[in-house]
Design a protein around this ligand. Structure first.
Ligand code: CP3
Length: 339
C-alpha cells in the first residue's frame, strides 16, 4: 500500500492521495444514502450504509486510502451525552457542566460503538488490497470544545473560558477522553484499520501553555496507549492551525506523520518533512475554485513536498459545494505528474 510506504518514511511519487471528508455531501450518491439512513447518527451506526458511503469516493476517484465513515462526536455520544445533528446547522449537544465531568457514563461505551467496529471489519474485507483503511478519532481538546459549548463556535471561546476557569476539571475531561479514545482506536485497529488519524481541528485557537496542556499532552497519552498495544500502526496527527507549534507537537506526541493545513509555509513544511512524513495541504477553496487556482495549488505541493514522504490531501475537509469535476482534475494532475 502506497500510503503505508509513505507512513514508513519512503518517498513515493506521484504521492498517494485521499481527501478529508471525502465521503460527504458533494457526492450525489452520498446524499441519496444519507436520506435512506434517516438521521446522520443513524448513518454512522448502520454498518451496511456506512460501508457504502465509505466506498463511494473510492469507486469514483480510486483514492489510495479510505477513511472510515463516522464522526468524532460518536465518542461523547457513547459516553452518554446527548448528541444531535441538525440539518443545515451542524452538531448540537447538551453543554457539559463542570460538575458533570466526573460522572460521564461509560458503561455502554463499546456496546454503543460496536456498529463502528463492524463497519471497519466489513470495509477491510471489501476494499481493494492496495487501498489503505484509515480509522480515526477526534483529539480530546477538539471533542471537548463541542461537549462544552454544545455546538461549533468560531474560536471556541466557551471551552477556552472553561479551561482557564477550571483547569483541573478540563484536564480530567481531556484525560478521560484520551483514555476512551485510545480504546476506541485500538478496537478499530483490531477490526482492520491500517492506520489512524487524530483530528485536532481546533488546535489553532490556543496560547502556548494551553496548546501544550490541552492538545499535545492528551494526544501524547493516546499515542502512548495505542503504541503499547500496536507499536507498528502509523498514527497521523492533524493539529489544524498549530503554526509555530507543529514541530514540538510531533516530537512530544510521537505521531508518525503530521497533517498540515494550508497556512504552513513551504520552508516550515520542508523542515517538518525532514523529520518525518507529512500530509496535506491544499486549501479546499482552491479545489472549490478549480481552474488555475487548483492546478497551481496542486503543482506547488508536488514541487515543494514531492521530494520527500508526502501524502497528498487537502488542508481541511472538502466543502459540499465542490464540483466533482474539480476533484477528478486534481486526481488526474497528481497521477500524471512526473519529477
Ligand atoms: O472524512 C471522512 O470522509 C470521514 C468522515 C468524517 C465526518 N466527520 C463525516 C461528517 C470525519 C473524519 C469527520 C470528522 C469531524 N467531525 C471533525 C474533524 C475534522 C473537521 O472537519 O474539522 C469535526 C470537527 C466533526 C464534527 C462535525 N460533524 C461537524 C462540525 C459537522 C457539521 C459540519 C458539516 O459539514 O455539516 C459534522 C457533520 C458531518 N460529519 C458530515 C459528514 C459527512 C455532514 C453531515 C450530513 O451529512 O448532514
Amino acid at each position: 500500500m502506497k500510503l503505508l510506504d509513505v507512513l514508513n518514511g519512503q518517498t513515493v511519487f506521484p504521492p498517494p492521495v485521499w481527501m478529508m471528508r471525502q465521503a460527504g455531501r458533494y457526492l450525489p450518491e452520498y446524499r441519496q444514502t444519507r436520506q435512506k439512513a434517516g438521521g446522520f447518527l443513524d448513518l454512522c451506526y448502520n454498518p451496511d450504509l456506512a460501508v457504502e458511503v465509505t466506498l463511494q469516493p473510492i469507486r469514483r476517484f480510486g483514492f489510495d486510502a479510505a477513511i472510515l465513515f463516522s464522526d468524532i462526536l460518536v465518542v461523547p455520544h457513547a459516553l452518554g451525552r446527548d448528541v444531535r445533528f441538525e440539518e443545515g446547522v451542524g452538531p448540537r449537544l447538551t453543554p457539559l457542566k463542570q460538575d458533570e465531568v466526573d460522572s460521564l457514563d461509560a458503561s455502554r461505551f463499546h456496546e454503543r460503538l460496536a456498529p463502528v467496529y463492524e463497519t471497519v471489519r466489513l470495509l477491510r474485507s471489501e476494499l481493494p488490497a492496495q487501498t489503505a483503511l484509515i480509522g480515526f478519532c477526534g483529539a480530546p481538546w477538539t471533542v471537548a470544545t463541542y461537549m462544552i459549548a454544545g455546538r461549533g463556535t468560531p474560536d471556541q471561546a466557551p471551552a477556552r473560558l472553561f479551561g482557564h476557569s477550571f483547569p483541573d476539571v478540563l484536564q480530567r475531561l481531556l484525560d478521560t477522553l484520551a483514555d476512551y479514545s485510545s480504546e476506541y482506536l485500538i478496537r478499530q485497529i483490531e477490526a482492520g484499520a491500517d492506520a489512524v488519524q487524530i483530528f485536532d481541528s481546533w488546535a489553532g485557537v490556543l496560547d502556548e501553555a494551553s496548546f501544550h496542556n490541552w492538545c499535545t499532552r492528551p494526544v501524547a497519552r493516546i499515542v502512548q496507549k495505542v503504541r503499547e498495544r500496536f507499536p507498528q500502526v502509523p498514527i497521523i496527527g492533524f493539529p489544524r492551525g498549530a503554526g509555530a507549534y507543529y514541530a514540538n507537537y510531533r516530537t512530544e506526541t510521537g505521531v508518525t506523520a503530521l497533517g498540515l493545513d494550508w497556512t504552513v509555509s513551504w520552508l516550515q513544511a520542508r523542515e517538518l518533512q525532514a523529520k518525518g512524513p507529512v500530509q496535506g495541504n491544499l486549501d479546499p477553496m482552491r479545489l472549490l475554485a478549480g481552474g488555475k487556482a487548483l492546478s497551481e495549488g496542486v503543482e506547488a505541493i508536488l514541487e515543494q513536498l514531492g521530494g520527500g514522504p508526502l501524502i497528498f490531501n487537502l488542508g481541511h475537509g472538502i466543502t459540499p459545494e465542490t464540483p466533482i469535476t474539480h476533484v477528478e482534475a486534481m486526481v488526474r494532475q497528481i497521477r500524471e505528474s512526473k519529477r
